[in-house]
Design a protein around this ligand. Structure first.
Ligand code: T1G
Length: 666
């Protein structure tokens, strides 16, 4: 199949790219572009050129699947130079998303025409890269330093309208006549002639570069690519074009050869792979979800409801007590209004979403729901009671989901006459913010129910991952492998601060003890201050419940900023000394080996037991559920970088039993 064809329209030659699904710049596309421009230049009857794409979008970038493989076909920059230095005007006709190498290709065309719905951007920074085919050198010459710096460093595409305002696009075509409009525009440019971006002067102030660094310092902590992007844009303002291109190439090569880009490219595909259910035909029929029921209007129930309302799906939310129901609905409205204040929603959208919410005090109102999600108290007895009731109330064919974070979904399913319709939908708190959704597949869960839950997860903006039934599924099961040793390290002389710092230096948003304080130390506490068998019970006995009452492992001010607590350290030391465990200096490396390596080890066990479909799913869980730094690619990807041999040696040295498959890999 020819991925690039040409067609002559009187005096305009049209180069048409057709390389599904997103017209990526695979080697045969580069070859076709090169042949196409040569044909245009070799034919005197041709006075102008249009570059357009078939299918859903203009070129959406280099072909990421080619990265790291031996180069094939013509060099990308060489092809781009043929376009930019062509003696005839070239017009890029843009629809869909002109991204990365796609926008770079559009920028070596002399003019750009786009339909109103088009988006244009350089998202390479999200792959740990930078636009390595002149993007950082041409963009400032077309849109100015400020706009170029923002686009390269943040990687967020802009609309065709914004592109017209900033000069990235010269004319807006109509949605259904892009081809004709582009050819007409090209004819108009014959008199103008070519306009190479490289010859255009750079305008704008480089102050934006330090502003972006200051504004994004927290978010970019540990990342290399944003800074490399800004360095290249800055270089464009002070170096001649060819020097700037060399500077960009050097920076691109550094990033491409580094582990961060490998990790972020791994995550690009891992996120998409997670949506696939092995062994299930891609076209498995889905159940139609027109109406959702949520049981429980607490933090989780309210957050879960918000996801569906924001996607335009009506929700009936049920509580037993009126004051809890009213409070829950009030919290939903307040959250939406806060988002509206930040510009995320219009007030009309808030009213529309609230209009889709039906509060109720009776589960009978769930009878006609297509999906019911239970988010009640984490007790198996309560869950069984609720599902038993749902079984009698809700219409046949509805999916009955539990938001349990670790209870056995098969046991819950057994309390109904329809286990095929039962599964877990484990949201992460706050459910309206965290992107991860673990869809727990029960022994008897029907394939179409599972596929429907995965699809609805995507529809409400989640990254859904299939998990098997086991204690804690994927994420929390690995989390407990980190929390236990962290407590044990306290018993041997480490401090909460030291352990948390190792994790935040690693790139986690918070360490084990900050996380415990956030969740609350008193969760599951027996409330008997005289009974102290663990450090947590010792802290609870002293009234230290975590962020919620301003003191836990740390002290917290009203802005929830933490400081080291001498009282907490004294309580820990007092408890520790009674255990007769010798106190010793503990290195940061030992903390990594005893808290992060066991997580990788548990990931291997999860795969051995078939509780996750693939290692990259486990990476997706940790990046979207717990904030594992994306530039490290998730626990399993990072474990590969660390090396199985090194991990096995350390685990054995710490008397931790190693997963067979991990040992085999070493
Ligand atoms: N290369 C290869 N495959 C790609 C691809 C790409 N650039 N983009 C998407 N795919 C595949 C994807 O894996 C999926 O495959 C299918 O296309 C549909 O994608 C030199 C070095 C374009 C906004 O970063 O942002 O240019 O799962 O599910 O939600 O400077 O894809 O169906 O088998 O995401 O409608 C820069 C990445 C590359 C854009 C469409 N470009 N792509 O979203 O569909 S680096 C990007 C996207 C570069 C140069 C540098 C999105 C999309 P499958 P999808 P979508």
């Amino acid at each position: 199949m020819q991925s690039v064809t040409t067609q002559i329209h009187d005096d305009v030659l049209e180069i048409l790219v057709n390389n599904p699904p997103v017209n990526a710049l695979s080697w045969h596309v580069r070859q076709g572009l090169s042949d196409g421009i040569e044909e245009a230049l070799g034919n005197d009857a041709v006075k102008a050129v249009v570059l357009r794409c078939d299918g859903r979008t203009f070129i959406a970038g280099a072909d990421i699947t080619e990265f790291g493989k031996p180069p094939q076909g013509p060099d990308f920059n060489a092809v781009l130079n043929m376009f930019e230095t062509a003696g005839k005007p070239i017009v890029a006709a843009i629809h869909g998303t002109a991204l990365g190498g796609g926008l770079e290709t559009a920028m070596v065309c002399h003019y750009r025409v786009a339909v109103p719905s088009a988006k244009l951007g350089v998202p390479e920074v999200k792959l740990g890269l930078l636009p390595g085919a002149g993007g950082t050198q041409r963009l400032p010459r077309i849109v100015g330093v400020e706009q170029a710096a923002i686009m390269c460093a943040l990687g967020v595409p802009i609309s065709a309208k914004k592109a017209l305002e900033t000069g990235l696009v010269d004319s807006i075509a109509s949605e259904d006549s892009l081809a004709e409009d582009a050819i007409a525009f090209a004819r108009q440019m014959i008199a103008e002639g070519p306009r190479p971006s490289r010859d255009r002067p750079i305008t704008g102030d480089t102050a934006i570069i330090d502003e972006l660094k200051a504004k994004n310092a927290r978010r970019w902590k540990g990342f290399e690519a944003p800074y490399a992007n800004l360095a290249c844009v800055e270089a464009a303002t002070r170096l001649p074009f060819d020097e700037g291109m060399k500077f960009e190439r050097a920076e691109f090569t550094k990033l491409m050869g580094g582990s961060q880009s490998a990790a972020q490219r791994h995550m690009f595909f891992a996120e998409r792979q997670a949506a696939k259910i092995d062994g299930l035909p891609k076209d498995t029929p889905l159940r139609d979800i027109k109406k959702v029921g949520v049981i429980g209007a607490g933090t989780m129930g309210g957050g879960i409801s918000m996801n569906f309302l924001a996607a335009g799906i009506p929700v009936t939310i049920v509580e037993m007590a009126k004051e809890n129901l009213d409070r829950g609905v009030g919290v939903i409205r307040k959250n939406y209004e806060n988002s509206a204040k930040k510009g995320r929603f219009t007030t009309e959208k808030v009213e529309a979403m609230m209009g889709l919410l039906t509060p109720s005090l009776s589960m009978d109102d769930l009878a006609d729901c297509d999906l019911v999600i239970e988010a009640v108290y984490e007790s198996m007895d309560v869950k069984k009671e609720v599902f038993g009731a749902l079984d009698k109330i809700v219409k046949q064919g509805a999916i009955l989901a539990s938001n349990t974070s670790y209870l056995n979904v098969d046991e819950i399913a057994a309390s109904t006459s329809r286990p095929g319709d039962v599964l877990g939908m484990h949201f992460f708190s706050p459910a309206n913010v965290m992107k991860l959704l673990e869809v727990v597949r029960g022994e008897k869960t029907a394939d179409d129910a599972l596929a429907t839950a995965m699809a609805i997860g995507k529809k409400i903006g989640k990254v859904a991952v299939v998990a098997g039934v086991c204690h804690g599924f994927i994420g929390n099961r690995m989390l407990s492998e980190r929390q236990q040793p962290a407590i044990q390290l306290l018993m041997e002389g480490a401090t909460p601060q030291q352990i948390d710092d190792v994790h935040t230096d690693f790139g986690m948003p918070m360490g084990p003890f900050q996380m415990s304080d956030l969740a609350g130390l008193d969760i599951g506490w027996h409330r008997d201050p005289s009974k102290i068998e663990t450090i947590r019970e010792a802290l609870c006995a002293a009234g230290r419940f975590g962020q919620k009452n301003g003191k836990g492992f740390y002290d917290y001010d009203e802005k929830r900023q933490r400081t080291v607590s001498e009282e907490a350290l004294a309580i820990i030391e007092d408890f520790r000394s009674k255990s007769n465990l010798p106190k010793r200096e503990i290195t940061d490396q030992e903390i990594i080996e005893r808290t992060l390596y066991p997580m990788v080890n548990e990931g291997y066990k999860i795969l051995e037991e078939g509780k996750a479909q693939r290692a990259s799913d486990i990476d997706v869980v940790w990046i979207y559920g717990y904030g594992w730094p994306v530039y490290r690619g998730g626990p399993m990807f990072w474990g590969d970088l660390e090396g199985a041999g090194k991990i096995v040696e350390a685990l054995e040295r710490h008397n931790i039993d190693v997963a067979d498959s991990l040992k085999a890999k070493a």
